[in-house]
Design a binder for this molecule. Structure first.
Ligand code: BEZ
Length: 393
């Protein structure tokens, strides 16, 4: 017969159970869930990128048993629509209305710049899982701002190195007219011209326009040795298809930072085959870490992971390492940031550390589109730091 549980017995049982928990877990449990704000694009040309980042973040949390540093996670979500004009209002929904502890976001550099300015003031912790705006780890750098992705300069520079090594002398560039496009092109130009090439013309159009025809006609008329492009998401799909349909792919090699072909290959089809890009991730990285990550992602989300999923996964790893160092006590922010600054991120892309400005110091791969994958065919630049120009911390 089961005896009825008296309040005293129940209390005694609870005390015994608590005694078996580690001090860390008790402390973390007492603090309640950590409030994480996800500010990402869930609509528009970058919607798929935002979803992949969220998936990657949640995959890492699930792998830790649903907790980071012993803390449960409560999510608060805002769709930023990749719209810089709404960015300050959107980030304030998370900072002031929801009172989150940490913000994870975003994809678009223009939106991320507004977020960085807001958290510099509020001191909310911000982990940037994509947007490459150079200023975030430059003049806007701060102890509470950390990036798990790249600076725009980095993939541009790495692709410029490869283009120069291939012996191309005359390049044209094409991109959207906003921070990510301009800064990626700047990185490309720096490396390409250092390697003996010359950028003869920069073409651009407003974000997120996809009316490429007039610009493609100009490329056909100028006949450079190579074209360098920065586009991503839905815009990248349209650009790669239009470039091929205009008959240019056969005559003028198209290169790009790897966003041109990442997460887009199914939609780009034959138009993307053979394109060479550089990025800090490639599908075929032959390590147990990457293989396990890819398998779990494919099983969980019924789709293949891409660079954005990796960056989201790493954002959670970085937050987890910081929280673990302070036993889940988010109030110990200085100790958390110090631990993050010293950590090695064991990423599917390969291991990396963070610079003093909190940007990944990482390898950039040469990738070639083969079938449904961006296959790794070499290393463009090993351990490439962001110059962090203007960062004073
Ligand atoms: C950016 O705006 O920083 C960005 C967007 C998509 C891919 C890469 C960078």
């Amino acid at each position: 017969m089961t005896l009825p549980r008296t309040p005293l017995l129940a209390a005694a049982t609870a005390v015994a159970a608590l005694a078996t928990l580690s001090a860390t877990a008790v402390q973390a449990q007492a603090q309640g869930p950590l409030k994480v704000g996800l500010m990402l694009p869930y609509t528009g040309t970058y919607a798929a990128l935002g979803n992949a980042i969220e998936n990657g973040f949640k995959q890492y949390v699930a792998e830790q048993g649903g907790k980071l540093g012993g803390r449960e996670i409560a999510y608060f979500k805002v769709d930023d629509e990749s719209d810089p004009s709404k960015a300050t209002d959107n980030v304030n929904k998370l900072i002031k209305r929801d009172n989150v502890d940490v913000i994870v976001g975003t994809v678009h550099s223009g939106v991320a710049l507004a977020m960085a300015r807001a958290v510099k003031e509020s001191k909310t912790m911000l982990i940037v899982p994509n947007a490459g705006a150079d200023a975030i780890t430059g003049p806007l750098c701060a102890p509470n701002i950390i990036r798990s992705s790249f600076s725009n300069w980095q993939p541009g520079y790495a692709t410029g190195v490869i283009a120069a090594q291939k012996g191309y002398k005359k390049a044209m560039t094409i991109t959207w007219n906003y921070a990510a496009g301009a800064e990626t092109v700047k990185g490309f130009t720096e490396a390409f011209e250092k390697g003996g090439g010359k950028v003869v013309k920069d073409l651009n159009l407003p974000f997120p326009n996809v009316e490429f025809q007039a610009l493609l006609t100009e490329i056909a008329a100028q006949k450079p040795d190579v074209v360098f492009a920065f586009f991503a998401g839905g815009g990248a799909v349209k650009f790669v298809k239009d470039y091929d349909a205009a008959g240019l792919k056969k005559s003028i090699p198209l290169m790009g930072s790897g966003f041109l072909t990442d997460g887009t290959l199914e939609a780009q089809g034959a138009a993307a085959q053979g394109l060479i890009t550089s990025l800090h991730y490639a599908d075929g990285i032959d390590t147990p870490r990457n293989k396990a990550f890819r398998t779990t992602y494919a099983v969980t989300y019924k789709s293949q992971p891409d660079v954005y999923a990796v960056q989201g996964y790493d954002a959670a790893q970085i937050l987890g390492a910081g929280l673990k160092a302070v036993k889940g006590d988010f109030a110990k922010r200085d100790a958390m940031v110090a631990a993050i600054g010293k950590m090695t991120v064991d990423s599917p892309r390969g291991k990396y550390g963070l610079s003093a400005a909190h940007n990944p110091v990482q390898d950039f791969y040469v990738r070639e589109v083969k079938g449904p994958e961006n296959m790794m065919t070499g290393i463009a630049v090993k351990v490439l730091p962001d110059p962090a120009r203007g960062c004073k911390m």
